[in-house]
Each structure stands twice: as structure tokens, then as C-alpha cells.
Design a protein around this ligand. Structure first.
Ligand code: ITT
Length: 226
């Protein structure tokens, strides 16, 4: 139902192409339970026009909860449930991060705050590079991005979706696109980092894209709930 056309536009909901028939059909609301505008931007670009999308920046009355879990699943669940208790509609939370094998899986769930609670993306990247510098140049630099999305409604978790993209870390930044650790991460099958690849290329293979594909499949199978 939400398949994207080869032109990158939403090919779903035939009624959208017949505005005179649309008056009785309202786009379902979806709150992305994040304050990270980059996540919202990517999710919005991938979902197309099928949803009336907002995030926590548009809902100051919904606080971002403390992420007290020890896994991506636990933190995605905390974020989705907290927002869903205050938002009367569908809520999708994204907990994601980079895991570097040489660093024992770090920064993992601490990706956003690796260099401290208020750290910037640049400070987090610098700390990863500093810690990797202790390893010989030819040491394996395998890494992956994980994304867990939790879908909630009326204070209940309805489903969880997981996406992973495997790759390797560079020893210096490459490109300035994307956010977070993108300029350090080269996905398998590519020779450029996510900081160099276009948004469309990233959105066709990323951890977030893969979790979102599973979400779209679930929605298609449960369309009667909308
Ligand atoms: P919310 O909790 O408000 O959603 P956050 O950025 O704090 O925002 P997370 O706790 O899930 O979210 O941490 C995600 C971090 O992982 C993010 O800040 C980046 O440092 C990194 N990350 C996740 N996805 C990424 C991506 O697609 N590209 C680069 N870095 C990413």
C-alpha cells in the first residue's frame, strides 16, 4: 500500500490522485516520538505523503523521556509508550545507534551521548576516532547501525521493527551530508561514506529504511486498524 514508485513518490492511496474524492478521507496522524529533526526528515522522506506526520518538536507538551533501558528495544519502547500516553493517535519511536566491533559494540545505545550528556555529533565522532586510533591501521573496523522502531497506540505497544546496515568505519571524516556518525561510516557494497552518498542512496539501504519497510509491511497487513 505504501510502496514507493520509481520516481520516489508515493504510489499508494489512489484517492490522493483524485482530490474531488478525497474529502471523506483523512490522512492518519503519526507522531514520530523524537526531538532529532534528522530522524524526522529521513522518515518523512521515506514515508511520503501517506501520513500526517509530526514530531516532538511540534508537541512541547509531550516530554522526551529519560532513556533508561539497556537495549535499543527497551529505549524505543520507553519513548513510544511515554508519548503514546499523551498523544491520541499512532506513535512511532526510533532508537538507533552505531556499534563498532573494535570498541566492543560501543557507542551502541549511548551513540547520542558518547562524549557526554550534551555532546555534539562532532564531539561524539571525535571520541570514536580517538578510541579507534589505539588500534593498528589494518585492524578490522567493522561496524553497523541498528534501528529499532516501536509503534504504539493508546499507551500500548503494537509492534516492533528492526533494521541493520553493516559496514566499516573510516579513520577520518569523509563528506558532510547526513548527521551523527554518517561521515565515518561506509556501508557494505559502497566505497563512500553516508556523508558522501546522497540522501536517496542512504534511504534505500539504511538501518532506518529497513525498519521502516517492516513498519510499512505491518501497516499494510493491519490496514483495517487505521
Ligand atoms: P531521540 O531520542 O529524540 O529520538 P536521539 O538522537 O537522542 O533522538 P537516539 O537515542 O536513538 O536518538 O540516538 C541516536 C544516535 O545514534 C544519533 O544521535 C546518532 O548519533 C546515531 N545515529 C542513529 N542513526 C544514525 C544515522 O542514520 N546516521 C548517523 N548517526 C546515526
Amino acid at each position: 500500500m505504501f510502496e514507493r514508485s520509481k520516481h520516489g513518490k508515493t504510489a499508494s492511496f489512489p484517492l490522493l490522485h483524485k482530490p474531488h474524492l478525497c474529502n471523506f478521507w483523512k490522512m492518519p496522524q503519526l507522531l514520530i516520538a523524537t526531538k532529532n529533526a534528522h530522524k524526522t526528515q529521513e522518515i518523512g522522506a521515506m514515508l511520503g505523503a501517506a501520513w500526517d506526520l509530526t514530531d516532538l518538536c511540534a508537541h512541547p507538551e509531550i516530554p522526551a523521556p529519560e532513556e533508561t533501558g539497556s537495549t535499543f528495544v527497551q529505549n524505543a519502547t520507553i519513548k513510544a509508550l511515554e508519548a503514546s500516553r499523551l498523544f491520541p493517535g499512532w506513535v512511532l519511536a526510533d532508537d538507533s545507534g552505531l556499534s563498532v566491533d573494535a570498541l566492543g559494540g560501543a557507542p551502541g545505545i549511548l551513540s547520542a551521548r558518547y562524549a557526554g550528556p550534551q555532546a555534539s555529533d562532532a564531539q561524539n565522532r571525535a571520541l570514536v576516532l580517538e578510541r579507534l586510533a589505539a588500534f593498528p591501521e589494518n585492524y578490522q573496523r567493522t561496524a553497523r547501525f541498528n534501528c529499532v522502531m516501536a509503534l504504539a497506540q493508546s499507551g500500548e505497544i503494537k509492534a516492533l521493527f528492526h533494521g541493520i546496515v553493516e559496514g566499516r568505519l573510516l579513520s577520518e571524516e569523509q563528506g558532510s551530508g547526513g548527521f551523527g556518525y554518517d561521515s565515518l561510516f561506509v556501508p557494505d557494497g559502497h566505497s563512500d561514506s553516508f556523508g558522501v552518498l546522497s540522501a536517496e542512496q542512504k534511504n534505500s539501504i539504511s538501518h532506518r529504511a529497513r525498519a521502516l519497510t517492516a513498519f510499512q509491511r505491518w501497516i499494510t497487513a493491519n490496514a483495517s486498524l487505521l
